[in-house]
Design a protein around this ligand. Structure first.
Ligand code: SF4
Length: 437
């Protein structure tokens, strides 16, 4: 039975209990959220080291880190280092997007080490193996796609991206309206090439019931991908994107009808003023299924700093209701990220998620900031470092510039504003015991 089926049957699972404890929410309420499809708990039984994580309304906004090899760079140890640094920096999930080297071996190694949910995009491996075996992706078959999905599910993958909503009518719309960047999703591009070459419908759309059977068997959470996500601001919120989203809404209901957990992937590159609209549309069309946004990046010109462009969009999307933020690293659009890029991407996206949590009135998130403010007022450096989103970096800055006076910092030195005014305002004791108003 899937988590969804159990929740609908009134069964509280060990996974629900662990998530409720971590989130400090009532477990019966959580079960109800899972039963409604508003929260997913991607937890493949074969992923033995997994600490379950809930994604959806009423919970902390979660962060995903994409790792994995490419055809140009493929070193297993590097990917395991990226996994570990992602976990240490606070990522809630990783996706193994490997397209180079021994993909099975890399995925299995990641699953063996990972305590957080692991997602994949099986069509990548299906295409790569087809190309290796036959010389071209046009020889991809439906059976090949499903054989890879089964193989990955058997290995313990917790969630998969499947671009089921990329249909022929949506492609016709895309062609007619004209885009600057056409299709930027790798999975979307593979499927589109195959569909146009064979003049056929998307095999993942046509065989959706078969996909649901596999997902149900393994309690594999489906992340319904947005193969037509905008790859630049010009293309955002256009007819093709919204057509695909409407299809995903219908497919969400079909997944729920079969007790399959589902979340929805979203854009991409979106101007700041269109982000809230995108979240409202997704929540409405997909009946509050968890929303997993890929960014969104709020400008196209931040190369080298795309993690910042992503965090700005992610914070706004999270505040508007998105539940799961896919990180972007400083290497986005430029090269495969290294371990430092991965760490930077996770930390910056965690800031976005935390900012969104505060806007969503998450009391634990709000309290952490309140405690930080008190520590600042008290010039309590150890607590400030402990509460910081990246304690390692905070400590490094503090230590590399020691002040002549121990209790202040070198920003203002002996003219520290906090210290000067301390005697005229609340003292340390009052602040520590002050109740939140
Ligand atoms: S020295 Fe300036 S920046 Fe540093 S703690 Fe005091 S007021 Fe803040």
């Amino acid at each position: 039975m899937t988590q969804l089926k159990k929740a609908r049957s009134g069964i509280i699972t060990p996974e629900m209990e662990k998530v409720a404890e971590k989130e400090q929410v009532d477990v019966a309420w959580l079960m109800d959220q899972v039963a409604k499809g508003r929260v997913v708990i991607p937890a493949n039984k074969k992923h033995t080291r997994l600490i379950p994580c809930g994604i959806g309304e009423g919970l902390f906004v979660k962060v995903n880190a994409n790792i994995g090899t490419s055809s140009d760079r493929s070193i297993l140890e590097d990917e395991l280092a990226k996994l570990m640094v992602s976990i240490e920096a606070g990522a809630d999930a990783v996706m193994d997007l490997s397209t180079g080297g021994n993909i099975d071996e890399i995925r299995r190694a990641i699953l063996k080490e990972s305590t957080i949910p692991v997602g994949t995009v099986p069509v990548y491996q299906a295409v790569i193996e087809t190309v290796e075996e036959t010389g071209g992706l046009i020889h991809l078959t439906t059976d090949k796609i499903f054989e890879v999905i089964e193989r990955q599910a058997e290995d313990g993958v917790d969630f998969i991206t499947v671009h089921c909503g990329l249909t022929r009518p949506a492609l016709d719309m895309l062609k007619k309206q004209g885009r600057i960047t056409d299709i930027v999703s790798r999975g979307g591009a593979f499927l589109t090439t195959w569909m146009l070459h064979h003049d056929r419908e998307n095999p993942l759309f046509e065989n959706y019931d078969r996909l649901l059977s596999v997902a149900k068997k393994h309690d594999l959470t489906l992340s319904l991908g947005d193969g037509l996500r905008p790859g630049c601001l010009h293309d955002a919120t256009d007819r093709a994107q919204i057509h695909e989203l409407m299809t995903l809404g219908a497919l969400t209901q079909r997944a729920w009808d079969r007790d399959v957990q589902v979340m929805i992937e979203g854009p991409g590159h979106v101007p700041l003023d269109q982000i809230e609209t995108n979240v409202i549309l997704q929540k409405k069309l997909c009946r509050h299924a968890p929303f997993y946004v890929l960014g969104p990046l709020v400008t196209d010109i931040a190369a080298g700093y795309d993690h910042v462009a992503c965090a700005i969009g992610g914070a706004l999307a999270g505040a508007a209701g998105a539940d799961f933020l896919c990180y972007v690293t400083p290497a986005e659009h430029l090269c495969l990220p290294d371990v430092h890029d991965v760490r930077e991407g996770v930390v910056v996206t965690k800031i976005a998620a935390h900012a969104a949590d505060i806007a969503r009135e998450n009391r634990i998130a709000i309290e952490r900031d309140r405690q930080m403010s008190i520590a600042r007022k008290n010039l309590d450096w150890n607590t400030q470092i402990k509460l910081a989103i990246d304690p390692e970096k905070a400590r490094k800055y503090r230590e590399q510039s020691p002040s002549a006076e121990d209790d202040v910092c070198t920003m203002c030195g002996k003219y520290c504003a906090i210290k000067q005014l301390r005697e005229y305002f609340n003292n340390k004791k009052d602040l520590r015991t002050a109740k939140q108003t």
